[in-house]
Design a protein around this ligand. Sequence first.
Ligand SMILES: Nc1ncnc2c1ncn2[C@@H]1O[C@H](COP(=O)(O)OP(=O)(O)OP(=O)(O)O)[C@@H](O)[C@H]1O
Length: 135
Amino acid sequence: MSVVKGKLMKMEVVQVGEYEFTKQDIIGHGAFAMVYKGRKRKNPSQSVAVKVVTKKGIQKASEILVKEIKILRELTALHHTNLVAMHDCMDSPAFVYVVMEDLEAIFLKQRLKQLPVENNTVSVGYSILIKFQIK
Ligand SMILES: Nc1ncnc2c1ncn2[C@@H]1O[C@H](COP(=O)(O)OP(=O)(O)OP(=O)(O)O)[C@@H](O)[C@H]1O
């Protein structure tokens, strides 16, 4: 549930294989796609980025999309830390869903490691500050 303009709305959860996201959790958008923050269904603490490409109007670019997914699959197989891994990919009549590593979560984790730690905890203030700096 979420509150939109004072009304209680049911959040639609979209499932993509082992992953899920809600359309409220937007990370960003590009020319052909919206990117949402999602999570692994069995392990919700593992966040992912789900790129939802709208097929409408991209007939000409669909060949490029197929190539892009093929490249992502090959790059993922390299397991290199500097390459974004694609966890899953799903096709539907209207959309193509690409589930990727959530870069924001990775950068946040790396930044938290570099911060001073008091009594084995990092202050909540620090983590909020970093989150805003990354955005
Ligand atoms: N794996 C990811 N993790 C976290 N955020 C991401 C990830 N992929 C994309 N984003 C965010 O979503 C935004 C849109 O990404 P998308 O790939 O759709 O477009 P773009 O590459 O920025 O632009 P275009 O596709 O128009 O060239 C990005 O600018 C970024 O902020």
